[in-house]
Write a protein that binds this ligand. Structure first.
Ligand SMILES: [Fe+2]
Length: 409
């Protein structure tokens, strides 16, 4: 029952990915904001030396965020215990003399000296301790008037709210970064899983080794030439890789049968697009129409395809691309019932089937991209590297130019 288990795992992995989303937020520049505010404070109260410290709860310390008039503050830390925080009056300036006799001052004697702290303002946003302002000596008078203390309290309130918001912002940013990392991981697993399944599908059919991979590549080439965006290109690539997933359930003996198939066997094989669809429709793909492309990859523009016998007008470009890519690879590779066609013959076959099996516009795009690849006009060739090299580029180019001229006439 390995096949069934693998299928469950695939469905699970693919479905989990879509649960994850991306959030993007922009930086608010808290450092700049705090620096400006600190400058205003120092100017307002004639304090040449000041620093703003931010509380780091993990390290139980206050860390210098920005400072003015003092040197060598980088890495300066003021260690603080919960019991000390409890004794602080929220956003109230307090003279260093008031705390000189407690262990908080003792533990940080050197740091306070470097900061030249004379006034210490603990910053609280509601009940949360977020940091502190250290003010040095005043140039004018030593103490603060009540009105000045009130003004300091208002500023401290504002600064604490800004710091609190910035902490929230930081937490949010960390969460977003974490989500992004998870999303990227899932995306990788997602792609690896799809590739593994494509390999499993192809392994079942001995004649079509790497068929899904080549179909996916050919479809990408046509879609890009049509001007599709990268997200849609990714979608058709995935559809190419998974289009024959329904064959996993079919009898290997029937798939690889060399001689003529019975009507029953043909009916059986023709079920695979529907089975592929049933399997994949359980997955919420991040790309639109993947399941539609897969279901209809054996439809024809004359309505003689399967499973739904759709007519040209009902077929999307993606379906037409996948149908052509699939058939072209079938023509250019050995099959149980016939040898592969030479590239020249395969291209003539596509031309012959325009308007019946294949869509004219999509085929023209296919011929154009093939021409470009032969002439080396594309950055990364998707078709030519997978074809036998026994063709004459001049003859193929002439043929393609002839077909293109014919189609545009
Ligand atoms: Fe197929």
């Amino acid at each position: 029952m390995k096949g069934r288990w693998d299928l469950k795992r695939l469905v699970f992995n693919l479905s989990s990915l879509v649960e994850l989303g991306q959030e993007v937020t922009s930086s608010k520049g808290i450092n700049e904001k705090m620096k400006t505010t600190l400058h205003v404070v120092t100017g307002m109260f004639s304090v040449p030396r000041a620093a703003l410290l931010v509380y780091n709860s993990t390290r139980s310390s206050l860390e210098v965020l920005t400072y003015k008039g003092i040197r060598g503050m980088d890495g300066t830390r003021v260690y603080i215990k919960a019991k000390h925080i409890k004794t602080f009056k929220k956003n109230e300036p307090c003279s260093i003399n008031e705390i000189k006799n407690n262990s908080f001052y003792e533990d940080n004697h050197d740091a306070f000296k470097r900061l030249q702290t004379k006034t210490f303002i603990p910053l609280f946003a509601k009940d949360e301790f977020v940091g502190a302002i250290s003010l040095g000596n005043r140039l004018s008078r030593k103490s603060y008037l009540q009105s000045e203390r009130d003004a300091l309290k208002v500023i401290a309130n504002q600064m604490s709210i800004a710091l609190h918001n910035s902490n929230l912002f930081k937490k949010l940013t960390n969460k977003v970064t974490e989500n992004k990392r998870l999303y990227e991981n899932m995306r990788r697993i997602y792609h690896d899983t799809i590739q593994a399944f494509a390999a499993a599908i192809d392994a079942k059919d001995v004649y079509t080794k790497n068929h899904s991979y080549r179909v996916a590549r050919y479809a990408v080439a046509i879609a890009r030439e049509l001007g599709w965006g990268e997200k849609d290109v990714e979608g058709i690539y995935v559809a190419g890789l998974l289009h024959d997933i329904g064959k996993i359930i079919l009898d290997r003996g029937v798939i690889n049968k060399g001689e003529e198939l019975t009507i029953m066997e043909i009916t059986e094989i023709r079920k695979h697009p529907q089975i592929s669809y049933d399997i994949l429709s359980k997955i919420k793909f991040p790309w639109k129409d993947v399941v539609d492309f897969v279901r209809h990859h054996h439809e024809r523009v004359d309505g003689k395809g399967y499973p739904d016998s759709l007519m040209e007008a009902d077929l999307s470009d993606g379906v037409k691309i996948l149908a052509l890519a699939d058939a072209f690879d079938a023509m250019t590779t050995d099959r149980p019932y016939r040898r592969k066609l030479h590239l020249l013959e395969a291209l003539r076959e596509v031309r012959k089937c325009l308007g019946t099996q294949f869509d004219g516009r999509i085929s023209r795009v296919f011929f154009r991209v093939l021409q470009k690849e032969i002439k080396g006009e594309v950055r990364e060739a998707q078709i030519i590297p997978h074809l036998d090299k026994d063709f004459d580029p001049t003859i193929i180019t002439t043929l393609l130019e002839g077909i293109t001229a014919e189609l545009s006439a």
